[in-house]
Design a binder for this molecule. Structure first.
Ligand code: SF4
Length: 926
């Protein structure tokens, strides 16, 4: 076959093959990397276009009326196709339409090999976020001026193909050869192409050794560690914060020296020096990240100690490294080292990967594709961190098999030890001045006696208001029907495709007689699955039969249970099924592990057996803790989806109070822990956060650093007086009223509005009331749990639309950042009190009452005020932002505690009037 590629794109009247027709064709012929022929034409479909297609493509009926019909174009296309690869961005779509049109007009279709640029981009650019043509074009600097027009799409696809071929040719021989062995499984016809490239490389005597680190037939990126600049002769005591911070302006002209930031730096320096802990509330816009990084780096340099920085998520870890650390590295007059350290399972285990490359005989498309993707990625990555690679959901399942895992690590015996990503990260962290980690790893480290993160004595916890939630979650247990069954399914039947089948094949090939053991596990597998089904059905029935059940924020029915005092025949059944399930899980675990010991199977299979044994043990321990053990510091509850399956139930166990644990295991063991966030204090007091995190018995420096924003000029707080109190009306009436207020406000603000709820149920009802009401034509309504997509996706969609209203609950109170005019109004529907039915809050409140404390004043109110501040904080994210906050909960004015919410905000203008008066003010102000 020639090195000839026929790149095509078609626009159509719709998606139905056979019914819909082609309306535009763009085709390009590439030979030896050069465009040798180009063709573009509209096609007359002899039918009218729908308004959607007109809008989508920009093509009008008049543009098609004089265009040729497909039969006139077909012969020329057939000629171009001869002896070529058929290339398109999503081949199945284009090829199906072309074949149908060829068939209809009786022209001859030439069967030819295909190359799909979506599949190839996923394979060869495995770290990109999106494989849409326009996004790939932006990423690769390809001109693509008219997306969804066949001529422009075909040109962009042709350029993309050229890039893909260059990338393919640049890969090392060992990688290409391995991919060649998988080529038959790809949707694209890569076999001959790979053969040609491999032959060409061989003829040119090109070897991989200079550009790649080839080890055991796998090519890795050569790890070139940057040599550190010698700092030894510098006296770090000579460096003053103020003079250093001024240097930042040189590398970032937008950088401003802010009084609050200096105050923050000086407070942290003082806490480090005095070896005490610190609580620092830094208002939005303080520049808090530089505010804690700079004193941490200086302290590390002065003392020679490493400092740990913990952020809430792995995404925030990356963000700090990409932004603030880069700026500081450029600006500071000395070098420093910072390393991101994530949980071990984030890193690829090269040994497992090598074993799986060789051993899996029953690979699915997803597995083979993911193996190839990882092979390409290994030639580029220095970290081996899963967050870098864009895996499909099937690819994620494969990742679970090859991720680093302490239970299967052979450490120094491992042939990959010197190249192991996890080891390298640990080693880098050892010699770093800063280790940037996340709260989950920080807590795992604490739980495992500080064996995961290299030793440290100073720690900065950013987004510290999340620490207690992450701790409760991390130190608790979660079990549900689906995940237990998914785990059991990994065992499978001996004539299936899962573990038991693989064991059977291994015993056959090794001639080991283990058939009775295998039969036994098969029998136990079926019985255990049935028992888990029975157990969860009974738990669900028991839960639904309870009077004290309630609904949580996301609409699940919840019931708090105490295994020591539940009673009745159903509970007896729950207990006996749990007992049997635990016994069966333990038996199956024992039998599978004993088979594993008798097998001299490949490493991959042994790893699977060991990991499965561990996971089965974790589930049986979890069930025992949840349903048999009673600890006074734990709360246990069950959640069920009202419309879920008969066996669907979620079981939880969490510690109620993590303060003692943090006090004993963290604050008492570290010299200085700085906790910072934009929301820690309540009316200038840090008492609540000190008590909930276990800091009451320690010396703590506290500081509240005001935001540099001028809230008085930037925000107005509006409290409509004509909203009913929820207790005075039916919920239906309340949601109708709320909906009508939202509509009235949205008309003035032209959308750009975030509406915050405290329950999903109310969000949903209000959303549909607003949607059903007349008068919001042209507005886009986006609802959490209603519109599809993650929080980030919904936020992105909100930003993209002119007149959008975003309805959110739970995570929307704090997790979104929308600076500028896109967000000009926040409506707080209810003050964010936790539901008294929330299992943890209910138990905490009972305990407080027993101690003679006032749970409302000491728990519910401070927590609600912090959340209120977080919700309010969504509005002003930059110096020039302006906006309004409406609070539709009358308790802010009618209850004595309402003032506490207002005092917690920065000084702002507050208006309390009927809605129409407020709206008049608003339209004058905006
Ligand atoms: S040292 Fe352990 S984690 Fe690293 S590659 Fe080897 S087995 Fe895997």
């Amino acid at each position: 076959m020639k090195n000839r590629f026929f790149v095509i794109d078609v626009e159509t009247t719709g998606n139905k093959i056979g019914t819909d027709k082609i309306i535009q064709i763009g085709a390009i012929l590439i030979e030896n990397g050069e465009i040798i022929e180009q063709f573009a034409s509209f096609v007359n479909p002899n039918m009218k276009l729908s308004s959607f297609i007109k809008q989508f493509t920009g093509i009008e009926d008049e543009m098609l009326s004089k265009a040729p019909t497909f039969d006139l174009i077909a012969p020329m296309l057939s000629e171009m196709l001869e002896d070529s690869y058929f290339v398109a961005h999503n081949v199945p779509f284009d090829i199906a339409f072309l074949k149908a049109e060829f068939r209809k007009c009786g022209a001859k279709w030439r069967n030819c090999p295909t190359l799909d640029t979506v599949e190839l981009s996923r394979l060869l650019f495995p770290t990109l976020n999106s494989y849409k043509l326009n996004q790939l074009a932006t990423e690769l600097s390809i001109e693509h001026d008219q997306p969804h027009r066949a001529d422009s799409d075909a040109e962009a696809t042709a350029q993309l193909l050229v890039n893909l071929l260059i990338k393919l040719k640049s890969l090392p021989l060992v990688t290409l050869k391995k991919m060649q062995s998988y080529a038959a499984s790809f949707q694209s016809s890569l076999k001959n192409l790979l053969k040609d490239i491999i032959n060409e490389k061989k003829q040119l005597l090109l070897t991989d050794t200079e550009d790649y680190d080839i080890h055991r037939n796998i090519a890795l990126k050569v790890q070139r560690r940057q040599s550190q600049i010698e700092n030894e002769r510098l006296n770090f005591d000579d460096f003053e914060t103020k003079s250093i911070i001024a240097l930042l302006k040189k590398v970032d002209p937008k950088f401003e020296v802010r009084d609050g930031q200096i105050e923050m730096i000086e407070t942290i320096e003082e806490a480090f020096k005095a070896r005490v802990h610190g609580l620092l509330e830094a208002g939005t816009g303080t520049g808090k990240t530089i505010g804690y990084l700079l004193p941490s780096i200086l302290h590390a340099k002065k003392t020679g100690k490493r400092i740990v920085i913990s952020t809430y998520t792995t995404h925030l870890q990356e963000q700090i490294m990409e932004q603030e650390i880069k700026i500081l590295k450029k600006a500071l007059p000395f070098s420093f080292e910072a390393t991101i350290l994530k949980g071990r399972h984030h890193y690829l285990c090269l040994r497992k990967f090598e074993e799986y490359l060789e051993t899996d005989s029953d690979d699915t498309y997803d597995t083979i594709f993911t193996k190839s993707q990882i092979l390409v990625w290994l030639t580029e990555t220095s970290n081996g961190d899963v967050d870098e690679i864009n895996l499909s959901s099937g690819g994620r399942l494969f990742w679970n098999k090859v991720k680093s895992d302490s239970s299967c690590c052979s450490s120094k015996e491992c042939p990959w030890f010197s190249r192991c990503y996890y080891r390298q990260k640990r080693n880098e962290a050892e010699v770093s001045d800063l280790i940037i980690t996340n709260h989950a790893l920080l807590l795992s480290d604490m739980k495992s006696d500080f064996s995961l993160i290299p030793a440290y004595s100073e720690l900065v916890i950013d987004e510290a208001h999340h620490l207690d939630d992450v701790a409760s979650d991390h130190l608790g247990i979660k079990l549900d029907y689906t995940s237990i069954q998914t785990l059991l399914n990994q065992i499978g039947l001996s004539d299936g495709i899962e573990l038991l089948h693989k064991i059977k094949l291994a015993t056959k090939s090794m001639n080991i007689g283990l058939s009775s053991e295998i039969d036994k596990v098969e029998e136990q597998y079926i019985e255990t699955k049935n028992m888990i089904d029975e157990l969860f059905r009974t738990i669900r029935t028991y839960t639904l039969a309870q009077k004290q059940q309630s609904k949580n924020e996301i609409g699940r029915i919840t019931y708090r249970f105490d295994s020591s005092s539940e009673e009745g025949p159903l509970w007896k059944s729950v207990k006996s099924y749990t007992f049997l399930a635990i016994e069966m899980l333990e038996d199956i675990k024992f039998n599978i592990l004993s088979i594993g010991e008798k097998l001299e199977a490949p490493f991959g299979l042994i790893t699977d057996i060991k990991s499965l044994g561990k996971a089965l043990g974790d589930i049986s321990n979890g069930l025992s803790k949840l349903l048999f053990e009673h600890e006074s510091n734990n709360v246990t509850w069950v959640e069920i989806e009202p419309k879920g399956a008969q066996n669907s139930a979620f079981l939880y166990c969490q510690p109620i109070d993590i303060s003692e644990l943090l006090a004993d295991r963290l604050f008492a063991k570290k010299e200085s822990v700085i906790l910072t966030s934009a929301t820690l204090a309540i009316n200038d007091s840090f008492q609540y956060i000190k008590s909930s995190l276990g800091l009451l018995d320690f010396e703590v420096i506290t500081k509240k650093i005001a935001s540099p924003f001028s809230y008085k000029d930037q925000v107005q707080l509006m409290l409509p007086t004509d909203v009913p109190e929820i207790k005075d009306v039916e919920q239906t009436e309340f949601t109708c009223e709320i909906a009508s207020k939202i509509i009235e406000i949205a008309r003035v603000t032209r959308g750009r509005m975030l509406v915050l709820f405290t329950s999903y149920d109310m969000l949903e009802k209000t959303f549909y009331n607003v949607k059903a009401a007349a008068g919001l034509d042209g507005f886009v309504l986006i609802g959490q749990g209603i519109s599809s997509g993650s929080r980030d996706r919904l936020t992105k969609s909100f930003k993209q639309h002119e007149q959008a209203i975003l309805f959110g609950t739970s995570s929307f109170w704090e997790g979104i950042d929308i600076p500028g005019e896109d967000l000009s109004c926040i409506v707080i529907v209810r003050l964010p009190f936790s539901s008294p039915d929330n299992a943890i809050m209910a138990r905490k409140s009972e305990l407080m009452k027993q101690e003679g404390k006032n749970a409302f004043m000491d728990l519910f109110l401070p927590q609600a005020i912090l959340r209120f501040k977080q919700g309010f904080g969504r509005l002003i994210r930059a110096k020039n932002d302006r906006g309004v906050v409406f609070v539709l909960d009358r308790r802010l004015s009618t209850k004595s505690y309402g003032k506490k919410f207002i005092y917690a905000l920065p000084p702002i203008e507050i208006y309390e009037e009927k809605t129409d008066v407020l709206l008049k003010k608003l339209s004058d102000w905006l």
